[in-house]
Design a protein around this ligand. Structure first.
Ligand code: NAD
Ligand code: TYD
Length: 359
């Protein structure tokens, strides 16, 4: 059965080898770049199934780094997870791996239940057997449900998820909290507001708008565009997650937020303006069923306890994001025509170096 948890709180935090699940996606890949840059003594195992949302091109900047290693695998597959833990001595697990798009979860919830709930249970089980020092579950403010005109989500706001994606993320959160209470796992949760930045899959609102508008195609805005989201630049989220590894406490929840709330239609106008495209590209389309009206997050806890605060100004962040998409037309084209999926075969399967163990 392996080591399990010692419950020895005086044990120093060992964070030499970090398993990043879902590290080929938008936020996970940003986190890996951040980590390898910020922490010279840390090694990273990127464990990712490479679903449609996983793109190893997102890891191009780090793939030659000797401290980086990619392992293709499924967090919901016992043999895959067991294999990655057997292969490297993992100290910290950060779980970004998930099915993440609300609209897809409305079409078919099954992969969301499998990866987000069962996958989290499987990772927790193997993290316990390995006796890791820290487990961080990357969650979302969507688990809290929808706000009215006023107020903001706090860590003690009750869970009231409204769509299958949010429901499965809430289910995963409850498993993590149960693992901490039952088994003494050094596990905690971060819940973040909507992220934006480079390399976000263009099914999500901001990159979809940018990719469409760059081709002078309409920008679809659901309903009347009055739904509001709070936005955070992805770099600020990554920095918060690493602070969670260092400063977070077991069994606790920490909100992370960018502080900039905006109605979707206003955001669409802003993005089009930044691209030098006319607002007439906005096309109001049928609303999403169960569309949450408003998200806003109170992240005063981590500001107070960790000294974290968002650094990116929203206008600068949107400008940097638009600029990234503008200067990376190949990334957008390969994602849209599906050829990004061949990149893995070309660049990874023949490379023994990326498949060897650190030990
Ligand atoms: P993403 O869809 O860009 O990436 C998800 C990654 O997980 C992909 O690389 C995919 O291949 C991988 N994956 C999916 N199923 C897997 C499985 N069974 N096993 C292993 N890997 C698997 O998502 P993202 O936007 O980077 O989000 C990352 C995490 O952050 C998610 O847990 C999401 O719920 C959370 N989150 C996202 C946002 C946001 O605005 N994007 C906000 C708050 C929280
Ligand atoms: P999205 O990026 O899917 O994130 P989430 O639903 O997880 O918040 O959507 C952000 C907001 O933009 C949300 O209110 C739905 C809206 N939206 C549109 O208006 N048009 C679109 O094409 C998409 C994808 C989203």
């Amino acid at each position: 059965m392996g080591r399990g948890y010692s419950r020895d709180v005086s044990k120093p935090l060992d964070k030499r080898t970090v398993l990043v699940a879902g590290g080929a996606g938008f936020i996970g890949s940003n986190f890996i770049r951040y980590l390898l840059d910020a922490e010279p003594g840390v090694r990273v195992v990127n464990f990712d199934l490479l679903t449609y949302a996983g793109n190893v091109r997102n890891n191009a900047e780090v793939e030659e780094d000797p401290r980086y290693r990619f392992v293709r695998g499924d967090i919901a597959d016992d043999a895959d997870v067991s294999g990655v833990f057997a292969d490297s001595a993992i100290d910290v697990v950060v779980n970004f791996a998930a099915e993440t798009h609300v609209d897809r979860s409305i079409e078919d919830a099954a992969p969301f239940v499998r990866t987000n709930v069962m996958g989290t249970a499987c990772l927790l089980e193997h993290a316990r057997r390995a006796g890791v020092s820290r487990y961080v579950q990357i969650s979302t403010d969507e688990v809290y449900g929808s706000l009215g005109e006023r107020g903001a989500f706090r860590e003690d706001t009750p869970l009231e998820p409204n769509n299958p994606y949010a429901a499965t993320k809430a289910g995963a959160d409850l498993l993590v909290l149960a693992e901490a209470r039952t088994h003494g796992a050094p596990a905690l949760i971060t819940r973040c507001s909507n992220n934006y930045g480079p390399m976000q899959f263009p099914e999500k609102f901001i990159p979809l708008m940018v990719a469409n508008a760059m081709e002078d195609r309409p920008v679809p805005v659901y309903g009347d565009g009055s739904n509001r989201r709070e936005w955070i630049y992805v770099d600020d989220h990554s920095r918060g997650v690493w602070e969670a590894v260092d400063k977070g406490r077991a069994g606790e929840v920490y909100n992370i937020g960018g502080g900039r709330e905006m109605a979707n239609v206003d955001l669409a106008r802003m993005v089009l303006d930044e691209l030098g495209k006319p607002a007439s590209l906005i096309e109001f389309v049928t609303d999403r069923p169960g569309h949450d009206l408003r998200y806003a997050i109170d992240c005063s806890r981590i500001e107070r306890e960790w000294g974290w605060s968002a650094r990116w100004d929203f206008t600068d962040g949107i400008r940097a994001t638009v600029e990234w998409y503008r200067t990376h037309p190949d990334w957008v084209r390969e994602v849209r025509d599906g050829s990004y999926r061949a990149y893995y075969e070309r660049h990874y399967t023949h490379r023994n170096a990326t498949l060897t163990s650190f030990r």
